[in-house]
Design a protein around this ligand. Structure first.
Ligand code: ADP
Length: 474
């Protein structure tokens, strides 16, 4: 069941709290409507709102009334007319004002909508059509008012039968009711729309606040996780170094000659200890990279020499696996701006993986070339982008002919501990940390790393690294 909005909201939406004439219909529509009716029946019309303020007045006051205004007796009559019309405030039907010395009248009717009296319309002055002679009382208003002029102006007053006056007012009030109805409907619809927009906005704000809270909590958890990993790894490393050291001493026979079986056991302890140490070093690197505490010392790095060194280091492993491993760089390769040991770590990780996931008879090729990259970096200002300036980057590609990485996995493999296929990965060994360290290291060099497929099979890991700043070309 949906919750109902609070009572005051419902009142506001349905306007149970009341509404005024001008809230439902705009003034221009009221003026146009009244002017149309007044013109049709050739009689003045006035419309007052619920609080008695004049909203529409179709005609200036008749010239006879203006003439009355020139003498005190006439002014008194005008006051009486206004008072008598004001006093007429029928709650239903119509009322006709008391006859004035000119025999002119006003017809007053309420405009009722939804049981509320929203306005009052006043029709007149008009003289009953059947009256042909000037009423004698007109000449007794004030001796200062000239009979000829009074007669002339009296004849200008609009003429109308009471029946027509009734029909005119009925027509106007009915039309007004219809207009008020559609105005009310439009107002309700727009109120509903406004309320639903406000509600959506409120919900959105609430969701936003919850999201930021969840984000803050996640950040805090991530920080705690990194701290925990850093502490645990650090605490594990010291005893592990002892285990490795003592197993080395045992296998060297420092504590006495070992039997072949004992030597086997000790060597296994040593080998597993080394594996564990690698994992712990990886974890420590990752936590340092995540917290931004890993020191990078930037200098010009010769990538040709670096890649040759990586190949030399991993050639024994590749030979054991019968995988061909080569490196080639384009002549005159520009140096990269980076931290040599960290970049070495990047390409050792990538090449180790490439060899690991390539079956015997396959190959792993490291190539490096300069590519020109359009400058987007806003630290050099927008003008650089506008001028279409480019800067050189070194692109290194580590291409293997191995098992490949499906396109949908290519982003995920950079997550810590993610391994594509657990069974084949387990066969190959590994911790799932290598690529997440690679991505973070490349990021810390303002570089890019991505994966492409090799043809007909295998994977290409591409790394783009910036050359020293200032080596721009147009
Ligand atoms: P690890 O190699 O220790 O498992 P990595 O983070 O280095 O961890 O790699 C994550 C996963 O990405 C690997 O387990 C493997 O599934 C996949 N992968 C990485 N390099 C390659 C490659 N050259 N060819 C095929 N799969 C790869």
């Amino acid at each position: 069941m949906t919750d109902l909005p609070p009572a005051n909201t419902l009142d506001r939406l349905t306007m149970e709290g009341g509404f005024t004439l001008e809230e439902l219909v705009n003034r221009a529509t009221l003026v146009e409507l009244c002017a149309g009716v007044a013109e049709l029946f050739s009689v003045p019309l006035r419309l007052f709102n619920g609080s008695g303020a004049l909203v529409v007045d179709t005609h200036p006051s008749p010239r006879l009334h203006q003439y009355f205004g020139t003498q005190s007796g006439g002014r008194r009559i005008l006051r009486d007319i206004v008072e008598s019309v004001k006093a007429l405030n029928p709650t239903s039907g119509m009322a006709i004002s008391a006859v004035c010395p000119s025999s002119s009248r006003f017809l007053v009717a309420p405009v009722i909508y939804d049981t509320r009296r929203l306005a009052r319309c006043v029709l007149g002055p008009f003289v009953p059509s059947e009256l042909e002679q000037v009423p004698p009382a007109l000449f007794q208003i004030d001796p200062g008012l000239e009979a000829g002029r009074l007669t002339e102006l009296w004849r200008e007053l609009p003429r109308m039968t009471d029946a027509n006056a009734n029909a005119c007012v009925r027509h106007l009030t009915k039309t007004l009711e219809l207009v008020l109805f559609s105005g009310h409907r439009a107002l309700l619809a727009s109120n509903m729309h406004l309320a639903s927009t406000q509600e959506s906005y409120r919900e959105l704000e609430e969701k936003n606040a919850n999201l930021s809270l969840a984000y803050e909590r996640l950040k805090e958890l991530d920080r705690l996780k990194s701290n925990f990993l850093a502490t645990v790894s650090h605490e594990l490393r010291t005893p592990l170094t002892s285990i490795i050291g003592y197993s080395e001493m045992l296998s060297a026979g420092i504590a006495g000659e070992l039997t072949t079986e004992q030597l086997d056991f000790v060597n296994t302890i040593h080998e597993k200890g080394e594996q564990l140490l690698e994992l712990i070093k990886g974890l420590l690197d990752l936590t340092k990279l995540e917290s931004g505490t890993l020191n990078v010392r930037m200098s010009e790095v010769d990538m040709t020499a670096l890649l040759e060194d990586v190949v030399a280091t991993l050639t024994p492993t590749a030979r054991r696996k019968e995988v061909e491993l080569t490196a080639s760089s384009e002549p005159g390769l520009l140096p990269v701006w980076g931290d040599a040991p960290r970049l070495r770590q990047v390409f050792v990780n990538l090449t180790e993986n490439a060899v690991k996931f390539t079956p015997a008879g396959g190959s792993v090729r490291l190539t490096a070339a300069v590519v020109m990259e359009l400058l987007e970096d806003d630290e050099d200002g927008p003008a650089v982008v506008l001028k279409g300036l480019k800067r050189p980057m070194v692109e290194v590609r580590v291409a293997d002919t191995g098992i490949g990485i499906p396109p949908e996995e290519r982003n995920k493999v950079f997550d810590a501990f993610y391994q594509v296929d657990s069974s084949s990965t387990r066969e190959a060994g590994g911790t799932g940390l290598g690529l997440s360290i690679v991505r973070r290291l490349v990021d810390s060099h303002s570089g890019l790393v991505w994966i492409e497929g090799n043809q007909p099979n295998g994977t290409v890991f591409c790394v783009k690294l910036p050359c020293k700043k200032g080596s721009f070309s147009g």
